[in-house]
Write a protein that binds this ligand. Structure first.
Ligand SMILES: Cc1cc2nc3c(=O)[nH]c(=O)nc-3n(C[C@H](O)[C@H](O)[C@H](O)COP(=O)(O)OP(=O)(O)OC[C@H]3O[C@@H](n4cnc5c(N)ncnc54)[C@H](O)[C@@H]3O)c2cc1C
Ligand SMILES: C[S@@+](CC[C@H](N)C(=O)[O-])C[C@H]1O[C@@H](n2cnc3c(N)ncnc32)[C@H](O)[C@@H]1O
Length: 632
């Protein structure tokens, strides 16, 4: 669809900004959120950013949340910005990190500029209902309603209202009667005003009173069930029903949560993180860039003493043939990891050659390739059903993690005594405490049902320096410079604890021989070492990320789940306590994405993930399942 920059720019600069009361409504202390339907080239975003640069002050952040169904290629965008020399600096920054086209949610932040971009990629009918934000202003910038009905579907307006702060302003170039009526019915006060340029009239409006709760937690929400067979009680929310059901729920949420939701973190708020593995380090870096005052505690004498301490780890996607919340979750996390690690010390870009392990996997890969979820810049087919992942990462944690912790207050060799109610660690008060301590989380909260899975890798330093390369097929073989590393075993943790074994080495060697017989010869005669560690793994193999559920309270409020009843009440959580872990075999992929989620929850920022995706990682999910199965 061709985009007239001329029209866009005059529309945006002259009318949306004015209609939404900008920049006057930007204050030095209060964060501001703009929602936009139709990201296009991102020109509105850049122009807003440019304005923000000139008018921002104090500590406030600007969050720009946009929805786009058909993301443009980087090259097209680059070209589209050429006529705008005044935006060239910002355009370069955006283009350098231009989001990939995959469906899902992308979060890009420029902390020095105190601005974030959250891009929901997918059809608006799918993405808006799954979004979580509280917009202070909306730019409705789809193509005209006549040409592009989905972007102006009346079902969107109640959803928009439910995602708006009180007195949110709204601006659009269309004055179509259906849009006016729809917005009014959803609670907006709208009026036609004089337009600009070729547009004689335009529409502006505001939301006189808040329509619904701002930040529903995912756990208690009635959900579609389609993506989560374990919680299929609420029925599928579809079509016109979607807006009504979600709004009903939002109202319910607001009533029941007002009393228990803690105030969100403000700039300089003190946060303690327990654990300096990849989970804790990514979170510390993200939170600190967002403005938190972070202290990280670890019982070890330095970082990466646990599972994160292998000499190298691989970050690659796991691709599913289906397009659902679970497959998007994995892709969102992978893209977030690529972005977060890009340019960091200890990161090599690597192409991963992935061969199927068996016929079942080969058939899955074929389905993936028939409708690839990632573009050619990330994914290609290999002869014989294999996948080639381009731009994956080989991570050397001993270099990456210290870099992430640079500037963070660290306390090594400390045994922590956590008082959840008082929110103290060893009697020191914090506004929030985040557990990122691997299997230690399981000992504190057994009902999360995290288990230890022992793993072992083998490695040595070769005389021969090579470019980074990676082979994967269940097991993996990595080389970069002189480092050669292969593995990994995956076993139940026994009473013997975390120890290396010859049996595990043999398994790894067999796997290497199958992956790369040539390299295997050198490896077997090399002066090699083994390393064992334990992965904290959840029952459904997905991580646990977010607010800590209040188990005692949930056992009361949701007791009737044991009797097969459907409970819509939201789950309660322990104020100010969070977890990030259960990363299983993919900790280096999950950690940057998890850090974005926890940071957004702490600061009450727009969520950088879809609701149905957040449900899949919510720490309360296992409690609810276990109640239903009468295990609790
Ligand atoms: C053999 C093997 C190979 C792997 N390969 C890969 C791979 O290639 N790619 C990948 O993505 N993932 C891989 N993984 C998984 C990955 O290593 C983990 O998912 C990840 O490291 C978990 O990170 P974490 O920060 O949650 O936990 P950890 O790295 O275990 O960090 C937890 C930290 O908490 C600290 N701690 C614990 N208890 C306390 C306490 N009471 N007080 C204070 N501090 C405490 C520990 O000292 C530790 O530093 C592999 C795992 C293994 C075992
Ligand atoms: C007028 S353009 C937006 C211009 C943009 N604001 C800018 O600054 O460049 C409208 C956008 O809406 C997107 N769009 C159209 N239909 C959509 C749908 N059903 N869901 C999501 N996005 C859609 C188009 O791909 C297009 O990028």
């Amino acid at each position: 669809m061709p985009i007239s920059l001329d029209f866009l720019s005059s529309f945006f600069l002259n009318s949306s900004v004015e209609a939404c009361g900008l920049p006057a409504r930007w204050t030095a202390t209060k964060d501001f959120t703009i929602g936009e339907l139709g990201f296009g080239t991102g020109l509105n975003f850049l122009a807003t950013w440019n304005l923000w640069r000139r008018h921002r002050s104090g500590t406030a952040w600007l969050h720009f949340v946009s929805f786009e169904g058909f993301p443009l290629d980087r090259e097209d965008v680059e070209q589209a910005f050429r006529p705008w020399p005044e935006l060239a600096t910002l355009a370069t920054k955006l283009v350098a990190r231009w989001p990939l086209r995959a469906k899902g949610v992308r979060r890009l932040s420029w902390p020095d500029e105190r601005i974030s971009l959250t891009l929901h990629v997918g059809s608006i009918a799918d993405t808006l209902p799954q979004s979580e934000l509280s917009a202070d202003a909306w730019f409705l910038d789809g193509f005209s309603p006549a040409k592009n009905a989905e972007m102006w579907d009346p079902a969107l307006w109640p959803l928009l209202a439910a995602r708006s702060a009180k007195m949110a302003r709204i601006a659009t170039f269309t004055v179509a009667g259906a849009v006016r009526r729809g917005l009014s019915e959803a609670g907006f006060t709208v009026e036609k005003t004089a337009g600009y340029g070729r547009k004689r009239q335009r529409l502006e409006g505001y939301l006189p009173s808040q329509v619904s709760g701002q930040r529903p937690t995912p756990e208690g929400r009635p959900e579609s069930g389609a993506d989560n067979p374990d919680r299929a009680s609420a029925g599928v929310i579809e079509g016109d029903e979607r807006g009504r059901v979600i709004m009903d729920f939002d109202r319910h949420q607001e009533k029941s949560q007002k009393s228990q939701r803690p105030e969100h973190l403000v700039q300089g708020g003190k946060v303690a993180i327990i654990g300096a593995g990849i989970a804790g380090a990514c979170l510390a870096a993200t939170l600190s860039r967002r403005g938190a005052d972070v202290t990280i505690f670890d019982r070890a004498q330095g970082p990466v003493s646990g599972a994160s301490g292998n000499p190298a780890a691989l970050v690659m996607p796991r691709l599913d043939a289906e397009d659902n919340a679970a497959s998007r979750l994995l892709i969102d996390a992978y893209i977030a990891a690529r972005n977060a690690y890009s340019g960091q010390p200890g990161i090599d870009q690597v192409a991963v050659y992935q061969q199927p392990r068996d016929a079942h996997e080969a058939s899955r890969y074929e389905k993936v390739l028939a409708d690839p979820p990632l573009g050619l810049e990330c994914l290609e087919a290999l002869r014989g059903s294999g996948l080639l992942h381009k731009g994956a990462c080989l991570v050397r944690p001993a270099e990456l993690v210290p870099a992430l912790l640079d500037g963070i207050a660290t306390r090594w060799g400390v045994e922590v005594d956590i008082d959840q109610a008082a929110r103290t660690i060893n009697h020191e008060p914090f506004e929030a405490i985040v557990l990122a301590s691997g299997l230690h989380i399981a000992s504190l909260y057994p009902w999360l049902r995290l288990d230890g899975r022992l793993g072992q890798i083998e490695y040595y330093e070769s005389q021969l320096e090579v470019a980074p390369s990676a082979l994967a097929s269940g097991a993996y073989a990595l080389s970069s410079g002189g480092l050669r590393l292969w593995g990994a075993t995956y076993e139940a943790l026994t009473s013997e604890g975390i120890t290396t074994s010859d049996t595990a080495s043999q398994k790894n060697d067999d796997a290497l021989a199958a992956l790369n017989p040539y390299w295997s010869k050198e490896a077997l005669s090399a002066d090699r070492r083994s390393r064992a560690a334990v992965r904290a793994t959840s029952v459904d193999r997905l991580p646990v990320i977010g607010r800590l559920p209040d188990i005692e309270h949930i056992l009361q409020t949701h007791a009737d789940l044991r009797n097969g009843k459907r409970i819509l009440a939201p789950v309660t959580d322990v104020p100010g306590i969070f977890v990030t872990g259960g990363f299983g075999s993919r900790g280096f992929t999950w950690a940057p994405w998890a850090a974005q989620i926890v940071t957004a929850q702490l600061f009450n920022d727009p969520m950088p993930a879809a609701r149905n995706v957040l449900d899949l990682v919510a720490p309360s999910r296992q409690i609810l399942r276990d109640l239903k199965r009468k295990r609790l």
